[in-house]
Design a protein around this ligand. Structure first.
Ligand code: UD1
Length: 351
């Protein structure tokens, strides 16, 4: 079962799981995604069992477990806008933590004990520079309600695994996923004002915005702009395939962690500044993208990148796509779908 199946990450996870020969059921309530994605997944990967469902609908969730043989769950459903989480924290705790509890209870009732959780490097908050590259042992110190919801769900999973030795759980902490499927028919389709850097860069590339505002140019980094660990969304999706195989293979020990609850960073291990990403996007787009340096964004860490060695060790996974691939695939998606999955973008696809 994949929750949040039609979201940006979820759609890529479904395509990769199906491509690797898994039979899956996808669940989504289309709160932050389009119903069109279901058909796109089918176009890329063939048969795809999908149920439109809000995870808060306990009876509906029960029916999905009752009518299918679920071996493991990949739980990606959740809200993810940091700014919104600070203005309406109760909604974030209710949706992210509340629906995770419902899901875990349903799993427990149906004796499903394998879980992959969609977590984020946001659980590390604003980590000190000496901690780079970040390992999974870095302190958990979220700085906003969204980050707290991810940390709380991880704590819940850890407790459940400790309480029941049959549970096997991997929490994947994504760094900064960007890019799109190479076909250009699925990708990120943010509703409203985007929060993260890449959709802003696409707005400039598509001529929708005159210039990028770079949030701060006076950090102690290679060029004064913030450094992050951008990772291709298809690499992120493939890590889920490896993680599912891991939790479904009980004969394979979950190394390093006797509690069978693992947290795993998903990054490339390579830092990239805002201006370096801008230059890579310019190369893909084939034109200059104007920018201006603005003030720092409150709460931003100067430089955050992952030590991804545990993912290699535990899952046999490492990121295969580089920045050129990420920017090429992102631009391929964006120019075919300048408005995401809405009607105008359908016209772009069919023409
Ligand atoms: C974001 C999320 C975080 C999530 C992470 C990984 C926010 C506030 N944080 O953080 O919760 O875990 O992605 O997906 O949404 N920037 C600009 N101009 C822009 C937009 C961004 O200069 O218009 C800069 C930012 O200041 C930052 C860098 O680009 O230095 C990356 O920003 P962003 O894409 O928001 O990622 P994170 O800050 O890592």
């Amino acid at each position: 079962m994949v929750t949040g199946a039609t979201g940006y990450i979820g759609s890529h996870v479904c395509v990769e799981l199906l491509g690797a020969g898994n039979r899956i059921v996808g669940i989504d309530n289309f709160d932050n995604s389009s119903p069109l994605v279901v058909d796109r997944i089918r176009r890329l990967a063939g048969h795809f069992d999908f149920v439109e469902l809000d995870l808060a609908d306990r009876a509906g969730l029960e029916r999905v477990f009752d009518t299918r043989k679920i071996d493991a769950v990949v739980h990606l459903a959740g809200l993810k806008a940091v700014a919104e989480s600070t203005t309406d924290p109760l909604h974030y705790f209710d949706v992210n933590v509340g629906t995770s509890i419902s899901l875990l209870q349903a799993m427990k009732r149906h004796a499903v004990t394998g879980l992959i959780f969609s977590s984020s490097c946001t659980v590390y908050g604003n980590p000190r520079s000496e901690l780079m590259p970040l390992t999974e042992r870095a302190p958990i110190a979220p700085i906003n309600p969204y980050g707290h919801t991810k940390a709380i769900i991880e704590q819940m999973l850890s407790a459940q695994v400790e309480a029941d030795p049959r549970w096997r759980t991997i929490s994947l902490r994504y760094f900064n996923p960007i890019g799109a499927h190479a076909s250009g028919i699925i990708g990120e389709s943010p509703l409203g004002t985007p929060n993260t850097l890449m959709p802003h860069l696409m707005d400039v590339a598509l001529g929708r915005t005159d210039h990028l505002v770079v949030h701060g140019g006076d950090y102690d980094t290679v060029d004064g702009t913030c450094v992050r660990d951008y990772i291709h969304v298809v690499d992120v999706a493939r890590a889920h395939v490896a993680a599912v195989a891991k939790v479904m293979a009980p004969h394979q020990p979950m190394v390093d962690d006797p509690t069978r609850f693992m947290t795993v960073n998903l990054g490339t291990g390579v830092g990239c500044s805002v201006l370096q990403l801008l230059a890579a996007v310019e190369d893909s787009v084939g034109s200059r993208l104007p920018y201006r340096i603005g003030p720092r964004r409150p709460g931003d860490a100067a430089a955050v990148w992952a030590d991804p060695s545990l993912a290699r060790h535990l899952l046999g996974w490492h990121a295969r796509h580089d920045l050129v691939d990420m920017c090429r695939d992102q631009w391929n998606w964006a120019r075919r779908h300048p408005c995401g999955f809405d009607r105008q973008s359908m016209a772009a696809v069919s023409s």
